[in-house]
Design a protein around this ligand. Structure first.
Ligand code: PEP
Length: 231
């Protein structure tokens, strides 16, 4: 079980307070993904820390980007790639996401690669086609790498308060795993009150949590639900 908290472009909780609250929770790998400016403070607090993105080159004229070696120098453990907000607002493509994942893995980082369909794609019955294209790009670049984790995040459920039903999540996760056999986290409005049901699905290997990760108690409750589902 893995629970990752994506703080997006928010300051997030105090890393030391979060680390203290999470200290007694066992059986779950907890990861925080703060904004770049908070990476060092999270590492110093003893939290397993991932960036929210990483570039495919190790250095160069790429204003606004951060490379894998730079993250490694901060003792950051890995990075998200392909979050839907990167795809939606910053024009990131399947090919670019795959290159980011590949470079990060080759450098020694862990990667959580996000995939998921929009509401229009689901309505058009295109969910499997979209997931196949997104996952194939990652698989072709990275293979079945042991530091690679996928996150199924239906775009219509991110930050909307609308969650996939446990059955919808299970179906999508099983499909993603049939394409690339790695752990798959569910993301999309995971909250303390829906975490038990979602995390008890057989192919749900954890959660990628946005909004609820900004509050120490909510995030800790979700981590506790993950610990319960495992036992
Ligand atoms: C996310 O940012 O990856 C996410 C799933 O956000 P939220 O939990 O707020 O829907």
């Amino acid at each position: 079980m893995i629970v990752a908290g994506n703080w997006k472009m928010f300051p997030g909780p105090d890393p030391a307070a979060l680390a203290a609250r999470l200290a007694g929770i066992t059986g779950v790998d907890v990861i925080v993904c703060p904004a770049y400016v908070a990476l060092a403070r999270c590492v110093e607090a003893g939290l397993t820390t991932y960036a929210q993105n990483v570039h495919w080159e190790t250095e160069g004229a790429y204003t606004g980007e951060i490379s894998a070696p730079m993250l490694l120098r901060l003792d950051v453990g890995g990075s998200l790639v392909g979050h839907s907000e990167r795809r939606q607002y910053f024009g990131e493509t399947d090919a670019g996401v795959a290159r980011r994942a590949q470079t990060a893995l080759e450098a020694g980082l862990g990667v959580i690669a996000c995939v998921g369909e929009t509401q229009e794609e689901r309505d058009a019955d295109d969910m499997e086609t979209v997931l196949r294209i997104q996952v194939d790009a990652i698989r072709d670049a990275c293979g079945v790498h042991d530091r690679l984790v996928l996150a199924y995040e239906p775009v219509w459920a991110i930050g909307t308060g609308r969650t996939a039903t446990p059955e919808m999540a299970q179906e999508a996760h099983a499909f993603v795993k049939s394409l690339l056999d790695r752990p798959v986290l569910y993301g999309g409005s995971v909250k303390p009150d829906n975490a038990d049901e979602l995390l008890s699905q057989p192919d749900v290997d954890g959660a990628l949590v946005g909004g609820a990760s900004l509050d120490v108690e909510s995030f800790a409750s979700i981590c506790e639900a993950a610990a319960r589902s495992h036992s």
